[in-house]
Ligand binder design. Structure first.
Ligand SMILES: [Zn+2]
Length: 424
């Protein structure tokens, strides 16, 4: 009867201890026959019984502990030198994990699929963060890494950098690179660092056929990712992500504003300074400025920008944004060429001239967007997913935790496989 409720195969219930206010303790042992010695094949004898306390799923609204009297076996033969061993039963719990097998799989789905926090699950089961996290990582790693079909056969991939932690006294930034199936909006993998080494190694692990299928490769305006695609996917057309080009234009605008601020007033922006007051209006998209906002912006620029440099950088930003208004690829190409040269005119602030050079250096990738019509939109969608995971987790300290958690959440694992995976 008790065995039926506990619901584990080949288990005998030795007793149930119910301490008021505490969890329910269910004492069990396995009923499997006597083990045989892995060394000589002879029948083993029980050397001792160790009790292991496992965290199980709540039962009848109570937190539950499974107290498993594990057999420690020994070989009685004097001729055999095999050391004693513990009888494992993976249907009860995986070796080394403190959560029972069913609790571990449940926790993995709660955290990985539903995006609940490890702390929340710990409170529900009545155990600490590490106990839950160890299980989520063990089952999660198996789910995302042992399924050869998860990665699929994408035709467009993207690379993007993500900051996943700040560690230590100096809040050192830890970066990672997301590898994304741009068409499906699926996170394929996360590798440490934002240089070319990690992604190159990742692409090298795929087959030649897999790489040959990729037609489009999207990236931000970063040299290392260009190296990755040049070397690993030489036949794919590189597409610069519009989001990052617009971001660059906004960064340059910001740099000009701060420099002019300093040159005219001799200090960093204070809340009464005109250039400081218009910083948000400047980066706002022009079509989202109403008449009041625009006249306020022009008035503040009039007051704080004597040589019109900020205004010029503001225009440059809007013109860069208009690259993506073009629907005709040939016209867009001519537009980008002209823009790259115009921005390098001597009348432009140095920050804007530098952007002009960047645009010409990335001309092919920028223009390719109009031919590909695969923007990094899905990559951004995946990054938003990653940001959600990060919010849930309050920042990760270890790369492995971060990788598995984001892949469970944004990597589209096949959750139907969860009941059958072997935890790692
Ligand atoms: Zn033996």
């Amino acid at each position: 009867m008790c065995e039926l409720l506990v619901g584990l195969p080949a288990v005998r219930v030795l007793g149930i201890v119910d301490e008021p206010g505490g969890p329910l303790f269910v004492h069990i042992e396995t009923t499997g026959g006597r083990a045989s010695c892995p060394g000589c094949g002879g029948r083993a004898t029980v050397k001792e019984r160790d009790s292991v306390v496992l965290v199980d799923l709540p039962a009848f609204g109570r937190r539950t502990r499974l107290v498993w009297r594990k057999h420690r076996w020994a070989c009685p033969s004097r001729l055999c030198a095999w050391p004693s061993w513990t009888g494992e039963e993976p249907t009860i719990a995986a070796p080394r994990l403190v959560l029972t097998d069913r609790a571990g799989r449940w926790a993995t789905e709660q955290v990985g699929r539903c995006g609940r926090t490890v702390d929340e699950i710990g409170v529900e089961l009545g155990c600490d963060w590490h106990t839950v996290n160890d299980a989520v990582i063990a089952y999660g790693t198996a789910l995302v890494d042992d399924d050869p079909h998860r990665i699929g056969a994408p035709t467009a991939v993207g690379l993007d950098e993500t900051l996943f932690a700040r560690v230590g006294r100096w809040r050192t930034q830890l970066w990672s690179t997301s590898i994304v199936n741009v068409g499906a909006g699926q996170l394929l993998d996360v590798v440490a660092g934002r240089d070319s080494a990690g992604p190159c190694a990742w692409f090298a692990e795929r087959s030649d056929e897999w790489r040959a299928r990729i037609e489009w490769a999207t990236l931000d305006l970063s040299g290392p990712y260009r190296v990755v695609f040049d070397t690993m996917l030489p036949d794919a057309t590189q597409v610069a992500d519009p989001f990052h080009l617009v971001k660059l234009a906004n960064t340059k605008l910001d740099e000009v504003r701060r420099r002019v601020q300093n040159e005219t007033l001799g200090h960093r922006g204070r809340k009464t300074d005109p250039l400081y007051r218009c910083r948000r209006l400047l980066t706002k998209a022009d079509e989202r400025l109403d008449d009041r906002g625009r006249s306020k912006l022009l008035g503040l620029l009039e007051a704080g920008d004597p040589h019109g440099e900020v205004r010029m950088a503001w225009h440059a930003k809007e013109v860069v944004r208009s690259i993506y208004d073009h629907t005709d690829a040939d016209l867009a190409e001519a537009f980008v060429d002209r823009l790259g040269h115009d921005l390098q005119d001597q009348s432009c602030p140095p920050e804007v001239r530098q952007m002009g050079r960047t645009i010409l250096r990335w001309r092919d990738q920028i223009v390719a967007w109009h031919r590909a019509h695969v923007s990094n939109g899905p990559t951004e969608a995946v990054n938003n997913l990653i940001k959600r995971v990060k919010r849930v987790a309050f920042g990760f300290k270890r790369f492995r935790n971060y990788r598995i958690r984001t892949l469970l959440y944004a990597g589209k694992p096949n959750w139907d496989l969860l009941p059958t995976v072997t935890p790692r």
